[in-house]
Design a protein around this ligand. Sequence first.
Ligand code: FES
Length: 145
Amino acid sequence: MLYSEKVMDHFTNPRNVGEIPDANGVGEVGNAKCGDIMKMYLKIENGVIEDVKFKTFGCGAAIATSSMATEMIKGKTVEDALKLTNSAVVEALEGLPPVKIHCSVLAEQAIKTALADYYTRQGIDPTPFVGELKDPDEEHLACER
Ligand code: FES
């Protein structure tokens, strides 16, 4: 399987790994088929993502996409972060093999789940902002490690 240099870089040297103890948006998503789990921590102040950290127990592509996704939302507003799609992350990584696209869905979902948690903690219904979350299993039919 061929990975781009960017994927290898983010896989071997992932950015923003860890936890934020006083995070005000936390999201955890998992994929039932491969068992990979991703946890995302957001520190949001005045509607801006001041800090973001993640922990991924998963394949290399899941680690690379979470790393890139956190870089892409850091310093952005909540509204902008909600617009981040898995295809934008894949593009920033200069592509992923087709059987690995579902791993990037996990990253998008983890961010959306953490943002939904942020709204919920403030007593706001997240559904109008975050929408329905994609089921990563749908795109996980050809999971090959
Ligand atoms: Fe990468 Fe399933 S998340 S193999």
